[in-house]
Design a protein around this ligand. Structure first.
Ligand code: LMR
Length: 393
């Protein structure tokens, strides 16, 4: 049996993590995987999460099974954070999942069950694992144009032209904020135009919200998602807690599905069924931490303050890098780095130039030239800028 297996192509982002670890050069700079790092290169446990863990250590009395679909209090806290306090609870079904990836996977599974013939439309480019999961599932998907390689901004006209071809019941995968891998995002006005189109065509949005709080702020980063949720009858949202709570390894995510009140019980039951068929109960610990942080006033204030520090740090690094590149290139062609939002920017280097920077400068970025801004610090910004110019980008 096992000799029938074929080697799988390694995930490029995860393979890069391994390559970086194996590089003996002490000057190496990791701008690969989307993990936040502070100026010392550490990925700290957030202060509020640490405090919540201490509370749990003292107060938790059992490790018996918890909710199959997850914890209702976690769902309520997440719905409020993502959709706002006035979210329509009677129309909402929620599933706790194994991270944001699990939420995406379960969203695709739900769509496939509800509409087996549907096509999933994904931005070109998108997070590579979206496409890998869809391929693995045998789920039909098509790309829609999104990023203008020349301006490094959203090509909204091309995006709308492609999305006009979406059939009723097809799923359109959108990044709620901090687009991965480009860093280029829709304006709120553009979100409104997308909603107009979907109202007309019957396309169903599925929003991947993996970086809420990393772009323009917690509320601001949810604005597009909230607009879509308020306008369209059916919406799927895959929210991750990995980045904004810094609990990557706890695997904590939430799939939210908005429909009508009449279909809600069956939708909720189907979500629980999907968990049961896949891994039974979702991880509990991360849900409990997030719930504590979001519902305890002091912990929440501490978390929001730290999230703002993280966000502000990334914005400062963006500005520093844009300034440095402006100086070295004697042009404004890299100014987009300062206007992009979130962890990533696609800087527009060719795969060969990315390889050159890895070989010559021990700078690791994903092959499509996505770089993780949070992997930089005051000392490495000038080194990166010089490497970009030296590589001829
Ligand atoms: C990334 O895009 O780097 C992150 O979402 C981590 C991952 O799982 O790929």
């Amino acid at each position: 049996m096992l000799n029938n297996l074929k080697p799988q192509a390694p995930d490029k982002i995860l393979a890069l993590m391994g390559e970086f670890r194996a590089d003996p050069r002490d000057t190496k700079i990791d701008l690969g995987v989307g993990v936040y790092k502070d100026a010392e290169g550490r990925t700290p446990i957030m202060r509020a999460i640490h405090a919540a863990e201490k509370q749990m250590w003292d107060q938790e009395t059992t490790k018996t099974y918890a909710g199959l679909a997850g914890q209702p209090e976690f769902h309520a806290a997440m719905a409020e954070m993502v959709l706002g306090a006035a979210y329509p609870a009677d129309r909402l079904s929620c599933l706790s999942t194994v991270g944001g990836t699990g939420a995406c996977r379960m969203g695709f599974e739900l769509a496939r069950m509800a509409n087996p013939g549907c096509t999933v439309w994904a931005s070109d480019p998108t997070w590579p694992n979206h496409l890998s999961i869809l391929n693995f599932m045998g789920q039909a998907w098509k790309p829609y144009r999104y990023f203008d390689n020349a301006t490094r901004a959203v090509d909204f006209d091309a995006m709308m032209a492609d999305l006009a071809a979406v059939k009723a019941g097809d799923i359109v995968l959108l990044h709620g904020c901090c687009h991965n891998p480009t860093g280029a995002n829709l304006t709120l006005e553009q979100w409104g135009v997308v909603a107009d189109l979907f109202e007309k065509t019957g396309a169903i949005p599925m929003i991947d919200l993996a970086y809420q709080g990393f772009g323009d702020g917690l509320e601001e980063d949810a604005a597009g998602t909230r607009l879509i949720a308020s306008r369209l009858p059916e919406v799927l949202i895959a929210a991750s807690c990995s980045k904004n709570f810094g609990i990557y390894r706890e695997r904590t995510g939430c799939l939210m599905v908005l429909g009508d009140a009449a279909t809600q019980p069956v939708t909720q039951g189907t979500l629980a069924f999907l968990n049961r068929q896949t891994y039974s109960f979702p991880p509990y610990h991360g849900q409990a931490l997030v719930t504590r942080v979001l519902t305890d006033k002091a912990l929440r204030a501490e978390w929001e303050a730290e999230l703002e520090e993280v966000r502000g740090g990334m914005l400062r690094l963006r500005q520093q890098l844009a300034d440095e590149l402006r100086k070295l290139s004697n042009s404004d062609r890299f100014d987009f780095v300062a206007t992009h939002r979130g962890m990533f920017s696609r800087i527009g280097a060719s795969p060969e130039q990315v390889e050159t920077m890895k070989q010559n400068n021990a700078i690791y970025m994903v092959g499509d030239s996505r770089l993780n801004i949070a992997g930089l610090n005051d000392k490495t910004v000038p080194l990166l800028a010089q490497a970009i110019i030296d590589a001829g980008v």
